[in-house]
Design a binder for this molecule. Sequence first.
Ligand code: DAH
Length: 338
Amino acid sequence: MFKKTEKVKRDLQEEIRAVTTLKDAEQLKIKYLGRKGIIQDFMKLIPTLPAEQRAAFGQQINALKAEVASFIEEVIEKLSREPVLKVNHEIFDITLPGKLPVTGKKHPLTQTIDDVKEVFARLGFDVVYGPEVELEYYNFEALNIPADHPSRTDFDTFYIKNDILLRSQTSTVQIRIMEKQKPPIRIIAPGKVYRPDTVDARHSFMFHQVEGLLVDEGVSFADLKEVLNQFIKTYFGKDVRMRFRPSFFPFTEPSAEVDISCSLCSGKGCSVCSYSGWVEILGAGMVDPHVFKAVHYDTEKYTGFAFGMGVERITMLKHGISDIRLFYENDIRFLSQF
Ligand code: DAH
């Protein structure tokens, strides 16, 4: 019997030397210690032996089992400590920097819209959306721009059919919201607008605007100024100055165009600001009572302000981008800079 157990050990040690993977080691474990394994075959012999030999034989087998188990565990442990992938240092230089995976990013215009949303969310404005395919009524009439109004040409428009068009401004959303909700109202409405402009470095037939509207009792022009001041300082930076110029929009009275000190030359004068030191960024004003009448608001009780800005425009000014077409060309060299 002693010879037999010694042989088992020798065979096992030989087999262990050939083991290179954890899988090999597991198979060896099954071969020796499994339910149909070599040790079990010895166990099966016990009942066939004369009664007086059984105890001694059993002890021997148990001792063998423990030894076999410890040999196999040892090799398993050793293999699990080794790295799975052995590096061939002649082929790989492990000191070279790794390749970074290419990660996607938000489009710069989406980033701007997100930034604008964040500033206004802090000031208590909700984000709302309106349709791009609109009725003439929302794009013009309700905004105090009747059919023969000379300013209609300023909002030159793609007509689809009869009174259906592609909206040329996000001011449409002002009406859609006020029709549904009573004051107080505090919203911004980002989205696409369309105008049949010839495409060049400053024009595109589709671009983005963010509209803002606040209506309540006792809202004044000073509130408009402070809200825009907060936005400009956060988006463009603390040192940027702002100025209001009188202007005209049919849906606001009084109306203003808002300029900021040119962020590229800090107001010293450059080609972007036509050497004036100022660049226009948005239109704004106090909501015209005619607009309130269209949505049946009490013009004695409520006042409000509105503003509208071009998303491409503010993005270009902030980052010094000189051609609007870059936003739509999907050139990764441009997009990956943001
Ligand atoms: N809708 C105007 C445009 O597209 C921008 C604008 C000006 C919006 C004044 C306003 C506003 O809400 O009060 O040019």
